[in-house]
Design a protein. Structure first.
Lengths: 187, 187
DNA sequence: TTTGATACAAAACAAGTTGTTCTGTATTTA
DNA sequence: TAAATACAGAACAACTTGTTTTGTATCAAA
C-alpha cells in the first residue's frame, strides 16, 4: 500500500476522533475533517464514499483488535470458568480498553458514544453466544439462552458506560469483581 | 391553547414518528416532515426552533406518562419488594409499553432507537436511585450503590431491546419473571 | 356577530453542506 | 528514469437549513 495513502488515512482517522471529542457525529461536517486533517476535498472522497463509511471503517479498525484478542482468550481459557480462572475475558477486555490505544475510551465516552457502544455490544454478543453454544452446562433452564447472552453482553457494556461516566475511578480488576458479583449468581 | 396549534403540533408529531419508522433521525429532513404533515415551512419553525427540539418535545411527551405512572406505582408498592408484590414496577412498565400508545414501541425499535432508549434509561435510573435511597436495606455491601442502580436500569433497557428485536414474542409477565431471575439473586 | 389577534400557507432568500469533476503537481513504485 | 497514482485546489449543481415577508383563514373574546 502506498505510503501516502496510509498517511492520509491515518490523518483522517485522527482528525475524526479528535473532532468527536468535542462534537456530535452528526454535527461534524466533512469540511471540518478536511481542515483538521489538512487534506483536500477530493482526497477525502477518494478514501471514503461518505462520512458514514468512515465511521464504519474506524469501528472495524479500533474494535477489531480488542475483540480478536478476546476471542483468542476464550479459545484457551473459556469465558468465565465460574470463578476458577484468575482472569476472566471481561477483565482482559477492560485492561485492553484501559490502555486506550487510539483514544478508544474517548470514543466510548464522547457525545456519540451510543454508536460505538452498540458496535461493541454486538461484537461481544457474538462472542458470548458462541461460548455458550460450545460448553453449555447451564443450570438455569428457566431462561431463554439468548436472553441470558443478551443480559450478559448488555450488562457489561452498561458497566463500561458507568465506569467511563465516573471518570474511570475503578480498576479493571475491581470492575471484574463487580461484574462477577452480578453475573455468576445467575449462571 | 388554540385548536389550530394543537392540530398542527399533533400533525408534526405523527409525521415525525411515521418517518422514523423507515428512516434514521439524522437523515430525515424538515422538508419531509412538512410534506408528511401537510404544513408550511414557517409553521414548523413557529412550533419548534430545530429538529432537535422537536425530538426533545416528543421524548418528554411520550415517556413522561409512562415514567410518571411508574413513579406512582413505586410510591404505593415500592420497587420490587423482593418477591412479595404480585406485580413489580418493571412488569407495570412493560404492560404500559405493550399498549403502544403513540407507537412508542416503534420509536424503541426504529433505527434511531438509541436516542429513545437512552432517554428511557436515564428516567429509569433516577426512579431506581430514589427508591434505593428510600428503603435501602441492602445486603450486598460489596458493590457500589450507583453501580447496582446502573446495572438494574441498564439491564432492564437491554431486555426491552432484546424483546423488541425478537418481535415481542414474550408477554410482559414472562419478561418480568426473566428479569426477577437475573436481578433478585443479587439484591 | 363583529372585531382584533394570531396561526397559517406560500414563496423567496442567504448561508452552508454534500458529493462530483476537473486540472496540474508531487510522490511513489517498479 | 518513467509510468502510475495520490494529492491539492477550485469550481460546480443539488440540496438543506433557518429567516423573512405577505396575504389569508381561523380563532377567542366582547
Amino acid at each position: 500500500m502506498d505510503r501516502r495513502q496510509i498517511k492520509t488515512r491515518q490523518a483522517i482517522f485522527s482528525a475524526f476522533v479528535k473532532l468527536l471529542e468535542t462534537k456530535r457525529y452528526e454535527k461534524i461536517t466533512v469540511q471540518e475533517i478536511l481542515d483538521e486533517a489538512n487534506i483536500g476535498r477530493s482526497t477525502f472522497y477518494a478514501h471514503f464514499e461518505t462520512k458514514d463509511e468512515l465511521l464504519k471503517a474506524i469501528c472495524k479498525e479500533l474494535f477489531g483488535h480488542i475483540i480478536d484478542s478476546a476471542i483468542d482468550k476464550t479459545h484457551t481459557h473459556g469465558l468465565y470458568s465460574k470463578g476458577e480462572a484468575p482472569q476472566s475475558v471481561f477483565c482482559h477486555l477492560l485492561q485492553h480498553l484501559q490502555e486506550n490505544d487510539n483514544n478508544i475510551l474517548g470514543l466510548l465516552s464522547c457525545e456519540s458514544r451510543e454508536i460505538f457502544l452498540r458496535y461493541f455490544k454486538d461484537s461481544l454478543n457474538e462472542l458470548i453466544q458462541t461460548q455458550f453454544v460450545n460448553h453449555s452446562r447451564r443450570e438455569n433452564q428457566d431462561l431463554p439462552q439468548d436472553f441470558l447472552v443478551n443480559h450478559i453482553s448488555g450488562s457489561f457494556v452498561e458497566m463500561v458506560l458507568w465506569w467511563l461516566k465516573g471518570r474511570e475511578k475503578h480498576t479493571p480488576e475491581e470492575l471484574d469483581h463487580y461484574f462477577r458479583s452480578v453475573i455468576e449468581p445467575i449462571l
